[in-house]
Design a protein around this ligand. Structure first.
Ligand code: PLP
Ligand code: COI
Length: 341
């Protein structure tokens, strides 16, 4: 299979249209068989539920070319399960886990020419999503839905690759207690747009959101969970019911324990104690682990000892081990890697 003529090592995190996408439609209480299509356009009513009331959820995962030339996907079963949870919370129909995994396989196979070659640092980002499509004007869930999957080759999410980020403690809240912060709904991202544009205007790479109830505990950023390293090399991750259960973060905890022999702790993390950590990183599918060098909190600067030039040593080990597993250089725990034949 000839690869597309793309400068793989220099692409950023943007949209590049690929050849095929998957679509399945839901009507009269059931999903149709689903199909691949070349048509990247969607036609819908001006009153479609997704347009009026933002009834839309999504997922994000990646396909990689491994050292020995296989194309693999990382833990798609967990994305399928998370989409089920998002659908239930948003009063949308569940797309079955096995069908989700088959759809991912089909789309990746059909876009093989866009899966970046091994060693380029790029990957094929896979975006499954679902939305309510029939006209809805009184506030209620839709009756018709589409589940779709498209792909786009991507490089690093943050410009500058693995150079430590500078982030600010946001004055805006991301998710309410008992709200939708723990699911992957488009609405969580819509309401973060003003906050991210504001942060960028002020020269920051990202926002740190605090818990909306007390504004004293660390939640997450707009697109990744936090991971901290203590001065005695323990991994600490914030526990909260209003953050997204990151698959990368959960995988890194296993990597820390099982591969690196590190102690890990998931607990509430207070903003006041952040200054005592040795390293800080943002973890997610898009972010992988992006190191944080500095956090700005209303006039106070928290500078991590790992500095602003390179990743801290523990973050680097976590990064190397996780990406080593994804690229087939290090043996993966059972069930983590799905080979696309
Ligand atoms: N938190 C938010 C708000 C996200 O959008 C993402 C990205 O999916 C993550 C965390 C990381 O989750 P995952 O590691 O499953 O990609
Ligand atoms: C992902 O990491 O897959 C996400 O959905 C984050 C998004 C902000 C790009």
């Amino acid at each position: 299979m000839d690869k597309k003529n793309i400068d793989w090592s220099n692409i950023g995190f943007g949209y590049i249209k690929t050849d095929k996408r998957y679509v399945s439609e839901y009507a009269d209480g059931k999903w149709d068989d689903g199909t691949l299509t070349e048509n990247d356009m969607i036609t819908m009513s001006e009153c479609a539920c997704v347009l009026q009331y933002a009834q839309t959820i999504f997922e994000g995962l990646k396909a990689y070319t491994t050292k020995d030339g296989n194309i693999v996907v990382f833990r798609p079963d967990l994305n399928a399960e998370r989409l089920v949870n998002s659908a239930k919370r948003m009063e949308m129909p569940v797309f079955p886990v096995d069908r989700f995994i088959n759809a991912i396989e089909e789309v990746v196979r059909a876009n093989e020419a866009y899966v970046p070659p091994y060693g380029t640092g790029a990957s094929l980002y896979i975006r499954p999503y679902m939305f309510g499509i029939n006209p809805v004007i009184g506030v209620s869930p839709a009756e018709k839905y589409q589940f779709r999957v498209f792909t786009t080759p991507v490089g690093p999410y943050f410009k500058g690759g693995v150079k430590p980020l500078t982030i600010k403690v946001s004055d805006f809240d991301r998710a309410a207690p008992h709200g939708t912060g723990n699911i992957k709904a488009g609405l969580n991202y819509a309401m973060s747009l003003h906050a991210i544009v504001t942060a960028h205007k002020e020269g920051f790479d990202e926002n740190m959101y605090l818990d909306a109830a007390t504004r004293s505990k660390v939640e997450e950023t707009g697109g990744a969970n936090f991971l901290f390293v203590t001065k005695d090399n323990k991994i600490v991750t914030p526990k909260s019911n209003s953050i997204l259960p990151s698959i990368t973060r959960r995988s890194l905890i296993t990597v820390a324990k099982e591969y690196l022999g590190l102690e890990t702790e998931e607990r509430e993390v207070y903003l006041d104690e952040v200054k005592d950590f040795a390293e800080c990183g943002l973890c997610g599918t898009a972010a992988v682990i992006s190191p944080v060098g500095k956090i700005y909190n209303h006039g106070e600067e928290i500078c991590f000892p790992s500095g602003t030039e390179k990743m801290g040593p523990i973050t680097q080990k976590l990064y190397d081990t996780l990406t080593g597993i994804q690229m087939g250089k290090i043996e993966a725990p059972k069930g983590w890697i799905k080979v696309i034949d």
